[in-house]
Design a protein around this ligand. Structure first.
Ligand code: GDP
Ligand code: MG
Length: 162
């Protein structure tokens, strides 16, 4: 059985784009429409000769109802299954109430978490990434899932924790 890495965060922060970056192929569905990844979707990934399962999830929000509640529950199940959780935040937007709620959910779960400050497409957004220290999850990893910036360091960190 391969170790499991779960990816959680609000809709539209770039979770599926990050999955594709890690897989180095276009497989996870990326949409401009928030919340398009409805369920848990598992893929097999590999880095530096080590294999692991990566689980993409739909967006998690605190006041979810109906379909969104089901999506949120799927994300919580993914976290329960995970050895390491990648919590993706949109660094350009900054931490929202929903992000804070994800932090509380992750604290309850007690899993190792890597805070991914996404959409840091260039140096200008580094400061936005560093502002996410406020979430209390340790060092934010500034990445651009879209362009690949920082993804090698992130993958090295994942392997450290697996
Ligand atoms: P998800 O809902 O969290 O899975 O988000 P998606 O991966 O579907 O991405 C939502 C939108 O954000 C899409 O338009 C992506 O192209 C865009 N996006 C994702 N990562 C980045 C990034 O690193 N930089 C920028 N500028 N846009 C990104
Ligand atoms: Mg998605």
């Amino acid at each position: 059985v391969l170790p499991v890495v779960a990816i959680v965060g609000r809709p539209n922060v770039g979770k599926s784009t990050l999955v594709n970056r890690i897989l180095r192929r276009r497989e996870a569905v990326v949409e401009d429409v928030p919340g398009v990844t409805r369920d848990r979707v598992a893929y097999e990934a590999e880095w530096s000769g080590r294999r692991f399962t990566i689980i993409d999830t739909g967006g998690w929000s605190i006041d979810a109802t109906g379909i969104h509640l089901r999506v949120a529950e799927q994300a919580e199940i993914a976290v329960e299954m995970a050895d390491v959780v990648l919590f993706v935040v949109d660094a350009k937007v900054g931490a929202t109430d929903d992000d804070e709620a994800v932090v509380r959910m992750l604290r309850r779960a007690g899993k190792p978490v890597i805070l991914c400050a996404n959409k840091v497409d260039d140096d200008r957004f580094e400061a936005d990434a560093m502002a996410l220290w406020n979430l209390g999850l340790g060092e934010p990893f500034a990445i651009s899932a879209l362009h690949g910036r920082g993804s090698g360091d992130l993958l090295d960190k994942i392997l450290e924790l697996l």
